[in-house]
Design a protein around this ligand. Sequence first.
Ligand code: CU
Length: 328
Amino acid sequence: MKALLLVALAVLGGCDGEVSKKPAASTSNTKRYPSTGVTKKFELTISAFDWEVAPGAIYSAVGYNRQVPGPVLEVDAGDRIELTLINQTDKPHSAHTHIVDFDQNSDGVGEHAAEAGVDSGDGHNNHGVAPAGGRVTVVWNAVYAGTFPYHDHAGGHEGEHEGMTAGLVGALVVHPPDNRADKFNTVVLMDMDLLRYKSLPGTATGDTGVIADGEFRGGHGYMHTINGRAYEEWVPVFSAKVGQKVRWGVVSIGKEFHTFHVHGHRWTGPDGVLTDSINLGPGTYSTFDWIEDNAGTWLFHCHVPDHMEGGMMGHYIVEGGAPPSHGH
Ligand SMILES: [Cu+2]
């Protein structure tokens, strides 16, 4: 059965350049795509707001477009991206990303909080950092397909960590135009900061000692999130139908290492070995797919026990007829 599945995946992945030599369905590859001639423009507003991680779990966030994580930025490989950041906070912030081509003026890095985003006066755009109350436009060329993080990288030693922990994170999805999926599930794994919670259900809050209504979720409660939400009741549900090519782009951003696991499914890792659970450290990412063949309601979650208990789990619902015969 496994051999048959591998053959099927290899045939379907056959147009994907170097990947076709492996029995792999991974779209993380080294194929460099030519320019599509298309420029996609995005605008992200950076502001402070309350984010509801779960009912009653209110996080004091700084994020892109008032959501945690920020919106998924979707382009095709070969597209040019023009991203404008409008910073409504009183600190410099940016959007730094991975794997795409960019020059130093679009890196999104500021050395010191006091200097980041200050106009250097030499015609450069502050290394892509939006100053407090200001804006900046960065240019990225998405020459490789995959799923990559974008995140704040401004402010030097104090600011970089703070911005990402506050919620200035998101995913950039670069679709391979010659190997599209029927469904794409974007997953952002993020660790939260206990001190940024204004309230937590069923636990003492802040200095007041007030006990909030709600369900106590254990020592790691609400500390580990998927797409900005905690626990399978509140993490957005993914869905697919039997027969579809389902692709997942998983980004890990935060302080912890996570083991992303999907029940009832398997895929081929970059090493050519079947897996259903992958290690992702801070700032790492993976894109993989399969042909859906297993109807049901499935859990996906981080396999670290404290992180599951902390909220890092969700549901994947597959509709469709009887699972196809595997020849046994
Ligand atoms: Cu984890």
